[in-house]
Design a protein around this ligand. Structure first.
Ligand code: IMP
Length: 429
């Protein structure tokens, strides 16, 4: 079995972009299966840096790239991104990009609603990316969303828009907001439809054909398991399932077609937005990790919160995410620490836990139990073999494997595609 799913094992921003690009090189098809343009994948190829949000990373190498049914698609953002990467020399055409006809559309009303809820005095503030992702998924499960396929038939749009606005305008009337004008939305959709239509296709049929032809398929996760709507730190999560199981549901392929699940984790921990973070360092250590790791969000530019590696969380996401092996990234950020702490459990009252309790009140009362390891105080940046790593760095990696219960398949030592130590090529096994 040669298909691989890549998912984040922490709260996102683990360096998935680089690893996905590295794997996309080996794949023949690349598929996004959840999220939307809340994702931000930074990919460095030689002297060029690409920032992708909605486009699968396969577009960089001109691989057939699928935006699956599990993704919520802002068609304006998609066209803007295609134009932006086009200006940087990447041609995205209907030959390289297929947009699932049964994917849900993110509309201006969703973006606006996300913004309003996130306004500083709102009780619903979660620290979202304000891209309308949550409101779009709400309409999807509410069975009133507009889908990509609806753009094909403008005559059917007014009735679908009325159904959608019956819900939204009732809410808006209740909160004193101006109602959405159905006519203006219809015109906007009619205007964009001909630009989107050339990309529309069937994700499940594309994947079935690729599978039958024995092609290697890469499933590209966005966000991460601790932001999963079921398994994450609810309610401070995104609105989709980010676990590997979603790769199947969000693209239209059976779960047994995914042969290997690679989880990406940083050598320390970061998080953007609100929510619990047991090993967060609100001190010089956190500042140092942030400065050395250049921890600012790709999509929103927000400063990321930083802390030590939390093996309890990654052990848990290895289990819930279905992770077979991990790619450990940004080891070089720890090059300048005398000692390094690793969280190995949580003290909760008189008990020590080896998992994150689901109850937010309990999460807030956890005290991390740390194990202290010696640092290596020398550069690991750019290392391409184990022999180039200091002994203490190897010890650190081995201890992480032991604690999380999964082997390191790849070790990334700089943003450059080639600065990677391969223990196991996930496609080859
Ligand atoms: P939303 O996905 O915009 O609804 O945001 C919900 C939560 O997920 C917020 O804490 C965001 O900061 C976080 N989030 C969404 N996308 C990403 C990502 O690609 N990387 C890291 N965090 C993300």
């Amino acid at each position: 079995m040669s298909n691989v799913a890549v998912i984040g094992a922490q709260w996102g921003d683990e360096g998935k972009g680089k690893i996905i690009d590295w794997l996309a090189n080996r794949a023949e098809m690349v598929v996004r299966f959840q999220g939307g343009n809340n994702a931000g994948h930074t990919i460095v190829v030689g002297d060029k840096t690409y920032k992708l949000s909605l486009l699968p990373s396969g577009v960089i190498q001109g691989k057939r790239s699928i935006i699956g049914n599990g993704v919520v698609v802002d068609p304006w953002a998609l066209l803007e991104e295609i134009a932006r990467v086009g200006a940087a020399g990447l041609r995205v055409t209907p030959d390289t990009l297929v947009l699932a006809e049964n994917a849900v559309l993110v509309l201006p009303i969703h973006r606006e609603l996300d913004e309003v809820r996130e306004s500083s005095n709102s009780v619903q503030r979660l620290g979202t990316t304000k891209r309308g992702i949550g409101p779009a998924y709400e309409d999807k499960v509410g069975r009133r969303a507009l889908r990509v396929v609806d753009l094909k038939d403008p005559a059917s749009l007014p009735a679908k828009i009325d159904r959608l606005l019956a819900h939204h305008n009732a809410l808006r009337r209740g909160s004193g907001a101006e109602e959405i004008d159905a006519g203006a939305l219809l015109e906007a959709l009619k205007e964009i439809a001909p630009k989107i239509l050339p990309y529309i296709g069937s994700s499940w049929r594309e994947l079935d054909a690729a599978r039958r032809a024995g092609k290697r398929i890469l499933f590209e996760g966005a966000q991460a398991v601790l932001l999963d709507i079921d398994h994450g730190t609810y309610p401070y999560v995104t609105s989709s399932n980010t676990v590997a199981g979603q790769a199947a549901a969000g693209s239209g392929i059976g779960p047994r077609q995914i042969g290997y699940v690679l989880g990406i984790t940083k050598s320390y921990t970061t998080r953007v937005g609100e929510g619990p973070f047991p090993t967060e360092q609100l001190n010089d250590i956190g500042e140092k990790l942030g400065a050395r790791g250049n921890e600012f969000g790709t999509v929103t530019g927000r400063k990321r919160r930083c802390g030590w590696f939390d093996s309890v969380l990654v052990r848990q996401t290895t289990i819930t995410g279905g992770i077979d092996g991990i790619a450990l990234t940004k080891l070089d950020i720890l090059d300048a620490f005398e000692t390094i702490e690793v969280c190995v459990g949580y003290q909760l009252d008189d008990k020590v836990l080896d998992y994150l309790p689901a109850d937010a009140n309990e999460q807030a009362r956890l005290t991390p139990v740390y194990e202290t390891m010696d640092g290596w105080n020398s550069s690991t940046r750019g290392a391409r073999s184990w022999a180039q790593l200091p002994a203490n760095a190897i010890k650190y990696v081995r201890r992480i494997e032991e604690l999380i219960g999964a082997p390191v398949a790849l070790l990334s030592t700089s943003p450059d595609r080639d600065d990677t130590i391969t223990v196991r090529d996930p496609f080859v096994g």
